[in-house]
Design a binder for this molecule. Structure first.
Ligand code: 5GP
Ligand code: MG
Ligand code: MG
Length: 181
């Protein structure tokens, strides 16, 4: 698996150090509150676990899964709910945990949904932010971002290619040969 990686962008050590900083910032911002963390499946699992482990706060944890469809007839992707939360978000302080924000459509969909359901506050923590990919229709942004990344297709630390590479402890770029196999 490691042989498929052309270039490492963020090493395991860099990622963990950065998450430690984010955890301290989040801790300070949520003093006296008990946020509900919503982890966006599947990519955000590794980030969510590492972030929560480093955060000294009372938190609850729930998961949501959404999919983007890019139909041939559609110019912009449509987001659909694949697996809903178990908990009620009404009146809660919500912290969304994402792996990467690219077009931002997934995040826009989630924020709109949680607002509609009566969340008291909504903040967003993302491991990676790819601002060059942002769709013009998107108005939401991350409150906490680990790294601002270039406009490349990345894998590792939760991010997949055809379901694989999520378990790499670092973030990297695949060798072109992997795509052309
Ligand atoms: P958005 O809705 O912001 O365009 O896309 C968010 C989702 O697209 C991410 O949660 C992730 O699943 C996928 N994605 C966006 N950029 C990348 C990337 O560079 N690599 C991988 N593996 N997935 C990406
Ligand atoms: Mg995601
Ligand atoms: Mg994916």
């Amino acid at each position: 698996m490691n042989n498929d990686i052309e270039r490492v962008l963020y090493s395991e050590a860099e990622i963990q150090t950065r998450i430690g900083e984010m955890a301290k910032e989040i801790e300070a911002d949520y003093q006296g509150k008990r946020p509900m963390v919503i982890s966006v499946l599947t990519g955000a699992i590794l980030f969510t676990v590492d972030l929560l482990e480093k955060t000294d706060l009372y938190t609850t944890l729930d998961f949501i899964d959404v999919s983007s469809y890019f139909g041939a007839a559609e110019s912009s992707g449509r987001v659909e709910l694949v697996r809903d939360l178990k908990s009620d978000v009404a009146g809660k302080d919500i912290l969304i945990c994402e792996d990467i924000i690219d077009s931002g459509r997934t995040l826009q969909y989630l924020v709109d949904l949680l607002k509609e359901r009566g969340a008291k506050s909504i903040k967003v923590a993302t491991m990676l932010d790819k601002p060059a990919g942002r769709d013009a229709s998107v108005t939401v942004e991350a409150d906490y971002a680990g790294f601002i990344v270039p406009n490349e297709f990345l894998v590792g630390y939760g991010l997949d290619y055809e379901g694989y590479y999520r378990n790499l402890p670092y973030v990297g770029v695949l060798k072109p040969a992997v795509y052309t196999k």
